[in-house]
Design a binder for this molecule. Structure first.
Ligand code: AMP
Ligand code: MG
Length: 268
């Protein structure tokens, strides 16, 4: 699944042609997928433990999606059971006055992962070429150079020991409608709904155009984007977990060895 959904640098992206349902990528049924997902998550837990203990490398996971695209659910499901000491989640909201007084990467760089840590971005610096572009918050002369600025920033992180994985959770407008309705129908989900979400929904096509250009411009050898079919949560969870596991397996983190000889130690 790692390479199935990974974009190649220079690749044209047409989201309307890319499936939002995982069924076409997966032979088994939902039940099999859930079993596989849980086994993959157990591997993730073990690898994260090693990664944290080793304390040498850094992993950054970026999640982007339309509203109700499943960012929160992905985090909740995929990271369940990891050692919380070694994982942090950062959610990026409308920038504060202080954040706006700095360059757009200032608030991001402050929370880039240090050694041994996995940091997950729930939204990210990519909002600055998405929502900002679609709603004309800044002019094109300001947001367009950001593709290059982002690529250079991510290169800096990469060159200083950070592995970067970026996921775009691809949902259909129909799935978004269903999920919005579910939020409206359940008072315990009202806090997740805002009238602004409906305003943004009207700009669906503009968002898709912004996402496409972002995916084309910011897929680099050092920070690849993955387009994950995300209408079906069971497939999304499985695909994202497999990609993270595969990446950690390649990094092959090792428990630190001690130079002390422990074989003769007796505890009094
Ligand atoms: P949520 O993720 O549902 O809590 O919503 C956070 C909101 O903050 C979304 O509407 C984002 O589009 C918005 N947001 C995040 N980053 C930025 C940014 N750099 N500029 C403007 N709006 C942003
Ligand atoms: Mg929201």
């Amino acid at each position: 699944m790692t390479y199935l959904h990974r974009l190649q640098p220079g690749q044209d992206v047409n989201l309307a042609e890319m499936p939002t349902r995982g069924k076409s990528f997966y032979e088994g049924d939902k039940e099999t997928a859930v079993t596989e997902f849980k086994a993959a998550r157990d591997k993730l837990i073990e690898l994260q433990n090693r990664f944290y203990a080793e304390g040498k490398r850094k992993l950054l996971i970026v999640l982007q999606a339309m509203d109700a695209g499943g960012k929160d659910g992905t985090i909740r499901n995929v990271l369940r059971g990891v050692n919380p000491q070694g994982v942090r989640v950062y959610s990026f909201k409308v920038p504060s006055k202080e954040e706006l007084a700095h360059d757009f990467l200032w608030r991001i760089h402050q929370v880039a992962p240090p050694t041994g840590m996995i940091h997950v971005f729930n939204r990210s610096h990519y909002e600055d070429v998405l929502v900002v572009r679609v709603h004309d918050i800044v002019p094109e002369t300001v947001w367009r150079p950001r593709y290059t600025q982002i690529n250079q920033f991510e290169k800096l992180l990469h060159d200083t020991g950070t592995t970067i994985l970026k996921f775009y959770l691809h949902i259909s407008p129909e799935a978004q409608k269903e999920r919005f309705q579910a939020r409206l129908d359940d008072t315990s989900k009202h806090w997740k709904f805002s009238l602004e979400d409906l305003e943004k929904r009207k700009f669906w096509d503009d968002y898709m155009a912004a996402y496409e250009e972002m995916l084309e411009q910011c897929t680099t050898p050092w920070a690849p984007w993955h387009v994950i079919p995300a209408d079906q949560k069971w497939y999304r969870n499985l695909a994202v977990t497999n990609i993270i596991v595969n990446t950690l397996q390649q990094l092959d983190p090792q428990y630190p060895t001690t130079t002390d000889d422990l074989s003769e130690v007796v505890i009094a």
